[in-house]
Design a binder for this molecule. Structure first.
Ligand SMILES: Nc1ncnc2c1ncn2[C@@H]1O[C@H](COP(=O)(O)OP(=O)(O)OP(=O)(O)O)[C@@H](O)[C@H]1O
Ligand SMILES: [Mg+2]
Length: 361
């Protein structure tokens, strides 16, 4: 059994609080209102898992909070610092910043997801859907403009409609497409110790979702290889909401539901963080065996949490109303009994951090 130290337990006698690292072979739900310290505390747990296990970690990071995961901040023990330097940590960036870019190939996507990107419904848009299904697209040499030109020059009105759709949705202009360069899907396939996908910097609102979809679909398609990975999704309400609106959101939510329901035995373990339990699809929530709960004020949310996570005593859950920043309740498989914790400090710098109110000098 391997335990990771995550802070000090709150109580009469202060002791080191530990999580059983071997129990991250289940899905974990991480909850707390804005500013409660979820992202910071999540970072503490990930750092300790990186130091004390061999578990590969994939992080979907919508706010560039983990883009500096490769750097060590204040001198931790020299042993930790040298171990940290040996870790294979890859950070793929979106937006116009320096670093390795986050890209995926259109051909990485399943047929259904390719159609979702173009908002094509297999029944309502059956003709265009079918043309797309049979289109030969080579990810290495794909030329968007030439594709639209060829479709438009066709005598087939369905192809001309598809050209219009591609142009109107401006999908071909997305920065996300790798067009022959490296795809994040391949990076994740290599299973580095940590892959941070900085998905927040794209211009089009669907791009981060399609990036997540491409990577999760590949993990699912190759599940039989049984190569474990902890899939960390911060702001998970954007990835598996209870009522997805667009075709891409529906495809993504369905993929997460499938991983939540069937991924565990293949080594696809979710670690989902969000502000309120009701912002996550109930079929995902109900599959989580570990709970990390930070401050939550709303009595309705606390009642929901106690109802879903039967292993967390109701009075313990209610105490989340009194938590200061950085305090958390842990319950479920990764602790032998529910425990209240003051989280320890991070050893790597945060990418974001809060903006302060400007004051007069
Ligand atoms: N244990 C801690 N020690 C020191 N600073 C902390 C701690 N926890 C959080 N903070 C700081 O508090 C601020 C808010 O924390 P964090 O970003 O983790 O909140 P959050 O719960 O993820 O909020 P949101 O839901 O809005 O993303 C950050 O600036 C962070 O640096
Ligand atoms: Mg956060």
């Amino acid at each position: 059994m391997t335990h990771i130290d995550i802070g000090a337990s709150l109580g009469e006698r202060e002791t080191t609080a530990r999580l059983d690292a071997t129990r991250f072979n289940r899905h974990t739900f991480w909850c707390g209102q804005s500013g409660s310290g979820k992202t910071y505390a999540l970072g503490v747990v990930l750092e300790q898992l990186l130091l004390h296990t061999e578990l590969p970690i994939l992080i979907l990071d919508p706010n560039s909070d983990y883009v500096r995961l490769g750097d060590v901040r204040a001198a931790p023990s020299s042993e930790d610092a040298s171990r940290w330097r040996d870790l294979d940590i890859r950070v793929l960036r979106s937006g116009h910043v320096t670093g390795d870019p986050l890209r995926v190939r259109y051909v990485d996507l399943s047929a259904a997801s390719k159609a979702a990107v173009l908002q094509l419904d297999p029944i309502a848009d059956s003709e265009e859907y079918n043309v797309l299904l049979h289109m030969e697209i080579d990810g290495e040499s794909f030329d968007g403009e030439a594709t639209v030109r060829d479709l438009r020059a066709s005598s087939d009105p369905v192809k001309r409609r598809l050209a219009n759709r591609m142009e109107n949705l401006q999908v071909l202009e997305w920065d996300l497409w790798s067009l022959g360069t490296a795809s994040a899907v391949d990076t994740v396939d290599e299973r580095p110790r940590a892959t941070v996908l900085d998905i927040g910097g794209f211009e089009h609102p669907a791009e981060p979702k399609v990036a997540a979809l491409a990577v999760l679909e590949r993990l699912w398609a190759r599940r039989e290889e049984r190569r474990p990975v902890l899939i960390v999704i911060d702001e998970a309400h954007n990835v598996c909401p209870p009522s997805p609106l667009t075709a891409v959101e529906r495809a993504l939510t369905e993929q997460v539901i499938q991983i939540a329901a069937e991924g565990r035995k293949f080594g696809l373990w979710l670690f989902l963080s969000t502000q309120r339990p009701t912002k996550i699809h109930p079929n995902v929530l109900s599959q989580c065996d570990n709970l990390g709960l930070m401050r939550v004020n709303a009595p309705r949310d606390l009642a929901e949490l106690a109802a879903v996570f039967g292993f967390a005593p109701e009075d313990a859950v209610r105490r989340a109303q009194t938590f200061a920043q950085g305090q958390a309740l842990f319950a479920g498989g990764f602790v032998s009994a529910p425990v209240f914790v003051q989280m320890r400090e991070r050893i790597t710098p945060e990418g974001g951090g809060d903006v302060k109110v400007p004051l007069r000098q």
